[in-house]
Design a protein around this ligand. Structure first.
Ligand code: SAH
Length: 357
């Protein structure tokens, strides 16, 4: 017999990674333990990075048993691991409920960057993206997002390396799973834990306007990236149905608020799709919108998704597009592509896996 997801959730113990240090302190208090126990547990989880409660050897056997009784570690089972020649490693991890998610470790000369997933599937519906093909299955919990980074760090530990930066650019829309995403971020930057530098973390959104305002009001130095992909409302609606809910101009207004509030440079992601949004006039229109904004445009040659018909912009036209922006004074780079030989484009691994089941 197959239990449905709800039955499973009801009987499931919470993930230990769902608790931040405050939650652990509250738990310690409720259980008649001194507050420093919470710090010890946090240290075991994020600094010593143990695999189970039994390894938390400075806690009494009784306390370890109690933790084990009430919580579980997130189990990310490795379904697939693909290694690129350039050092990029892409994982398809199985979750406790048979869903699967993708996590990527990218190797740069300055360190290792982890790309995490925030939802199983996605409901945003961008026409060029593989993550959204099967719709949204469910949100990940904060702990399930945390576990992706902890797992990656454990893998890097074998080589004595560190997770130096995080991008929330895997599958899913982080601003539609806002609370879990923020909780995850605060655990990542905690100085008693993994202590990832805030300026080395970027959260990317398709433009969920109310949560851009909310994010602007958070007291963090975490970077914001916006998937813009078009220079105007009409074309953006065609490529990204979310633009009908949160139109181009509303996104820009929210970003102006963000800039005024934080003074932090915004990154715009622009996937160049052959013949669709990659003409010089698109570049000029984009330049006119962005030229007075503290921002940076990242041009991404669109990744081929078998289910979609889009083609890539030629190398030459990418440079032309870049030149138009640069000549208008817009800060622009072309994204260095990694893991191309392992189909690292968003959601492709999971899509393939679902097909085979
Ligand atoms: N939902 C968030 C987080 C995903 S980030 C967001 O939309 O920002 C992943 C980035 O890759 C987004 O900018 C997304 O638009 C882009 N992307 C998706 N499919 C792509 C493809 N086939 N080629 C290039 N970029 C793609």
């Amino acid at each position: 017999m197959h239990m449905n997801d709800k039955d499973r959730c009801d009987e499931m113990k919470p993930f230990i990674y769902d608790l931040n240090l405050d939650d652990l302190q509250a738990w310690a208090k409720e259980n008649g333990e001194p507050a420093f126990r919470a710090s010890q547990i946090f240290d075991w989880l994020y600094v010593k990075r143990v695999n189970n409660f039994q390894e938390m050897t400075n806690l009494s056997k009784e306390l370890r048993a109690k933790l084990e009784d009430q919580f579980q570690f997130v189990t990310l089972t490795e379904i697939t691991k693909l290694e690129s020649k350039d050092g990029t490693v892409k994982f398809l991890f199985g979750l406790h409920d048979d869903h699967a998610i993708e996590t990527v470790i990218m190797k740069h000369n300055y360190g290792n960057s982890i790309c995490v997933t925030t939802q199983v599937g996605c409901r945003i519906g961008c026409t060029f993206c593989a993550s959204t093909l099967g719709g949204l299955k469910r949100n990940l919990t904060a702990g399930e997002i945390v576990a992706q980074v902890v797992q990656a760090q454990k893998i890097l530990d074998q080589k004595g390396e560190r997770v130096s930066s995080i991008v929330i650019m895997g599958s899913g829309e982080p601003f539609e799973n806002y609370e879990a995403t923020m909780k995850f971020l605060r655990i990542m930057i905690h100085e008693k834990g993994l202590n990832i530098g805030q300026r080395h973390i970027t959260v990317s959104t398709s433009g969920i306007v109310p949560n851009i305002y909310k994010f602007a009001n958070e007291d963090t130095q975490i970077n914001l990236a916006i998937s813009i992909h078009a220079p105007n409302d009409m074309l953006r609606s065609k490529l990204m149905p979310v633009n009908r809910r949160y139109p181009f101009e509303d996104v820009m207004e929210a970003l102006r608020y963000y800039l005024a509030k934080t003074g932090r440079r915004i990154t715009f992601e622009y996937a160049l799709i052959g013949g669709v949004n990659d003409q010089p006039e698109h570049a000029q229109e984009l330049a006119d919108v962005l030229k007075d904004m503290l921002c940076h445009v990242n041009l991404i040659p669109v990744n081929h998704v078998p289910e979609r018909k889009y083609v890539r912009t030629s190398r030459n036209d990418i440079f032309k597009f870049q030149k138009v922006l640069a000549e208008s004074g817009v800060n622009v780079t072309i994204r260095r592509e990694q893991g191309h030989d392992i189909a690292a484009a968003c959601g492709q691994l999971r899509a393939k896996h679902m097909e085979l089941r």
